[in-house]
Design a protein around this ligand. Sequence first.
Ligand code: NBP
Length: 473
Amino acid sequence: MSKAHFGLIGLGVMGENLVLNAERNGFSSVVYNRTFSKTQDFLNGRGAGKSISGAEDLQDFVDRLERPRRILMMVKAGSATDAVIEKISPFLEEGDLLIDGGNSEFRDTERRVKELEKKSFGYIGMGVSGGAKGALEGPSMMPGGTKASYEALESLLNKMAAQVEDGPCVTYIGPGGSGHFVKTVHNGIEYGIEQILAESYDLMKRLSGMSCDQIADVFAYWNTTEELSSYLVEITEICLRAKDPTQGGAVVEKIMDKAGQKGTGLWTVVSALELGVSVPTIYASLNARVMSSMKGQREHAQSVLNRPTIVSFPMGSPSDGMSLLMDAVVLSTIASYAQGMELMRAASMEYNYDLDMPSIAKIWKGGCIIRSRLLNRIQDAFNSNPKLPNLLVDSWFVEQVNSRLPGLAKIVSAASENGIPVPCFSSSLDYINSYGTARLPQNLVQAMRDCFGSHTYERLDKEGSFHTDWIKG
Ligand code: NBP
């Protein structure tokens, strides 16, 4: 029997679809899953009639693969990944490649890279984005590890990835845990944009009294614009139009308003704090999910805290995409990307990842959850200035900020007056206002710190470290 080109461990939602993708692209495959009945179900179901075979144990699994072996693990991140690595390692030989395609914490990947350094096989930590559909049709993939290991995988990954006009949505990201770091930041940006779109839905519903279908029309319009055309805007329209098959009406209005957070949003914010990067839009989206989970407390608080009576506010007409609201959505989305890109730039310097920002923008243009037309502008911005400190100071983005900032400010103000929370809009407004302010009031903070703790301060007019005897007595 001829040996298979590709091995997959973990037949969850992602694994199933990725192996079907590989097989469709000409890579005969062998699959292994901890619970063998799932392997059988898959081979009798979606895997039937394809060049895919199943193995009941890991010895059989590796024996069925051509050398050097290319094995993708798609299992739950954390201890499950460690368990699989421990079990498969003794079977792997010189030149084989083991890829972790799960959402691993980048520090776990760094640790595994170090632990596996002395082994003869290669190890790749790879972020995969696109959900089930992307995994099947072509995801965006962010592989990190040694360049040699990546090159041995390149032909497989290039075929499996989503394709955009300038190539496949996969590239070598960098050493160690860089692939998983970039995937983590991708998810942080995703958290931000999802919350921004949710806030815009809430305002159209509560400030303009629009129905879900009317709001969906606005999203449909936004999806035709250069600034907002994206996968997340597209699926928001779909979600808003869906009707409850049994009771009628929009399904979305029947869904409990509690959102979980799986770790990558939290890791993005923790990394940003550690690296001293400002990511308020992303943090606000994470906090919005935390707040949403406190349903019982919120219900009680609403009954005792005075809420303003909502007064409708003109945000623009639906036919022109609610122009003021669109300003808010565009600038907040830009803020989310800007914060993510800045975080990656800082990580690249701190961890020597040598990240190539235009290439990262490019591989996010197809397959992944945050794909958008805006990424063309982000790619152009970093191509024309690879050392760009922040997207907000690239000329195209400067124009967006200058023309849309009054709209964002009016939306935040109207929402505040009506008692409607808009954490991502207001954080984005503060972010842009702070970033665009040469003199912030931290001079007074420094004075207080020196006053109570003799922490000293720097001066604007001369070099050095200064202390004032603030309380004479
Ligand atoms: P899950 O994250 O639900 O993982 C399910 C797989 O992990 C099953 O094959 C399961 O085997 C296996 N597994 C577990 Br759980 N513990 C194991 C252990 N101790 N030893 C061996 N195998 C074990 O599936 P998924 O949603 O397909 O996600 C796979 C990875 O991809 C995750 O890291 C996820 O975060 C990441 N990811 C998911 C998405 C998405 O949209 N779902 C997108 C991008 C990345 P069993 O059948 O025996 O229980």
